[in-house]
Design a binder for this molecule. Sequence first.
Ligand SMILES: NC(=O)c1ccc[n+]([C@@H]2O[C@H](COP(=O)([O-])OP(=O)(O)OC[C@H]3O[C@@H](n4cnc5c(N)ncnc54)[C@H](O)[C@@H]3O)[C@@H](O)[C@H]2O)c1
Length: 300
Amino acid sequence: MADQQRAKGETDMGYGLLKGKKGVVFGALDESSIGWQIALAAYREGASLALSNVAVALRIGTLDDLAEACGEASVIPCDATNMDELKELFTRVKEEMGEVDFIVHSIGMSQNIRKGKPYRQLNYDWYLRTLDVSAISLHKMMTAALENKAIADGASIVAMSYIAAQRNYSTYSDMGDAKALLESIVRSYGSRLATHGIRINTVSQSPTQTRAGSGIDNFDKMFEFADRTSPLGNATAAECANYVVTLLSDLTRKVTMQNLYHDGGYSSIGTTLPMLRLFHEALKDQELVDGAGFDHLEMD
Ligand SMILES: NC(=O)c1ccc[n+]([C@@H]2O[C@H](COP(=O)([O-])OP(=O)(O)OC[C@H]3O[C@@H](n4cnc5c(N)ncnc54)[C@H](O)[C@@H]3O)[C@@H](O)[C@H]2O)c1
């Protein structure tokens, strides 16, 4: 029974995968956050944690509850785009915990999406902010951790991505560009980090019902489409967390510079028979002409 529960990710029991390890998780806001679930899973697997988010998120979120659930983890406010704040964070982390064995970057934000700006009319200041918050912050985080000697040789870094880095999802707007940059930073920094035996990867997760996810136009439709298309269905935040802890563990020491899909098989599917039937029925209902092209699609 315990094994069956474990396989479904439904158990409070861990495997001790992160026993004795120390890490920082950035980006847990509330219980729905992927970062929140990663922190819970890492603690369950035996890790000691520090948690971080921007000061405003600490006020509106419930991070203190997570800290309590993770054995009174330290909560450290930090804007991950601000190098001074990152350096202060890693100084404090090093004082309190010593060098860390893992860092999780679970951060993303687009003002253009929040404010409903069409892609062709992006506000460029917000665009730069999207790239800074959602991608360049990973670079800054690595640099600050290395400069402060706050990260141990052999450590593991994981950042969260989405398949819009590879493919066009029009409602994902400038976040697609940010994810492409994030994945590129993982490759570019990866070979440098490898000189310390440190590995770095992105996990490309299914659409997930979180605060950031639900801000995306027509998110519920994207969620349902992915869920119906994926052979195993969408992966939940808790399932994602279970996958991420394997990447933070010693079981994956030669996995680096990868973008790893955690999406129920969605990324390998072209189409499915049920989807084809649905599409065919919809075309019949709308009486679209044969050979209809992209002109018939709404693009912002
Ligand atoms: N929800 C999805 O469908 C989905 C799918 C794939 C990948 N992701 C990625 O997962 C990650 C976590 O997002 P989530 O869905 O859990 O949503 P979330 O809103 O719970 O988490 C996003 C976090 O980013 C934090 N953040 C924003 N600006 C910051 C800054 N300047 N410094 C530090 N932190 C900052 C927010 O406070 C929040 O905690 C993001 O990278 C997101 O793009 C989400």
